[in-house]
Ligand binder design. Structure first.
Ligand SMILES: NC(=O)c1ccc[n+]([C@@H]2O[C@H](COP(=O)([O-])OP(=O)(O)OC[C@H]3O[C@@H](n4cnc5c(N)ncnc54)[C@H](OP(=O)(O)O)[C@@H]3O)[C@@H](O)[C@H]2O)c1
Length: 293
């Protein structure tokens, strides 16, 4: 029995739906069984024969984290540590989701799992500490870092861009930060491959879609598809901005492309191209939009 923790978040919902479709035996919980409460976790796990835990619960508000460091640390460090200890106690494996924000983004080639972490903000620092807690507290643990996630079940960049592009004649989007947009459904499939593998390898892994772009490049593609699907009725100019023209509370990595060679080699997962996945996301999410107006 797999325990999906954080099953109502963006990734957790995607994974629940995939597990259901694929007939995976699993139970899911979110806030009602808090990862901050070891006794509640233990009580929930009792008698269920938990063989694996997938942790999608986290504090994910990157800028707000700068003002709420204690809460962010509790959810991203103490919570995962509690889950890893529980996994160890019940003899289960644990797969914990992490982020490209553990890197400072000064690199110029795809980050390897073995590259040293150097987070710059509260969110990234707590995620890096949470990774360590999981790896140290349970021998059968894997950390899966991802980046620039979007999907149908939570607030995300695609939804925000479409809303702004509908409302405004032009928008400015940062053009000097590079990374890889990643569809939550593709990540869910990679997690399923790991969960189902009979020959699990542990340690740190990276998964995003393939290729790279900037937030501006991502927004330009969203605009193109938004027009094609009739979601945006008039052209909206997508203007490139420098990071210093769009100040945010937390600093973002300038370069956060992740290498996927290790997960491809160890788990034979597919790593679809980001543009193809974005296009597929539009086709499954917005296919009736233009005709329903
Ligand atoms: N989104 C991205 O762009 C991105 C990029 C890289 C990595 N990641 C990582 O991917 C993972 C999933 O991200 P996501 O975007 O799916 O996150 P999300 O939508 O914010 O989901 C997190 C879930 O955890 C729940 N939660 C909060 N406190 C909890 C508690 N005490 N006990 C149990 N559950 C609790 C949240 O509930 P509430 O909603 O009620 O708070 C929410 O349902 C995270 O580890 C994140 O760091 C995300």
């Amino acid at each position: 029995m797999i325990w999906l923790v954080g099953n109502r978040g963006m990734l957790g919902t995607e994974l629940s739906l995939l597990f259901e479709r694929e007939g995976v035996e699993f139970v899911g919980t979110d806030r009602e069984v808090s990862i901050l409460d070891p006794a509640a976790l233990e009580a929930f796990a009792a008698g269920k024969g938990i063989s694996g835990i997938v942790n999608c619960a986290a504090y994910t508000a990157v800028d707000k984290a700068e003002d709420e460091p204690e809460l962010c640390r509790a959810l991203n460090v103490d919570g995962p540590a509690n889950l890893a200890r529980l996994a160890k106690n019940v003899g289960a494996w644990i797969l914990h989701i992490s982020t490209d924000y553990v890197f400072d983004g000064t690199g110029d080639r795809p980050y390897l799992e073995s590259d040293p972490v150097a987070p710059t903000g509260v969110y990234g620092m707590t995620k890096a500490d949470g990774e360590r807690q999981v790896l140290e507290n349970c021998a059968k643990s894997a950390v899966l870092r991802t980046a620039w996630l979007y999907g149908a079940h939570g607030p995300n960049f695609v939804a925000t861009m479409l809303r702004l592009m509908k409302e405004r004649p032009s928008i400015g989007v940062v053009a000097d930060q590079k990374g890889t947009p990643t569809w939550a459904a593709d990540l869910a499939r990679a997690i399923l491959a790991i969960a189902r593998s009979g020959r699990k390898r542990y340690g740190v892994y990276h998964f995003t879609n393939s290729g790279e772009t900037t937030w501006h490049g991502f927004a330009t593609e969203i605009h193109r598809l938004g027009r094609e699907y009739g979601i945006i009725e008039r052209d909206c100019e997508v203007k490139p901005l420098r990071t210093d023209e769009y100040p945010t509370k937390a600093r973002r990595p300038a370069y956060s492309v992740l290498s996927k060679e290790k997960i491809k080699a160890d788990y034979a997962v597919e790593v679809p191209d980001w543009k193809r996945s974005l296009s597929e996301y539009f086709s499954v999410t917005y296919r009736n939009v233009g005709t329903s107006r």
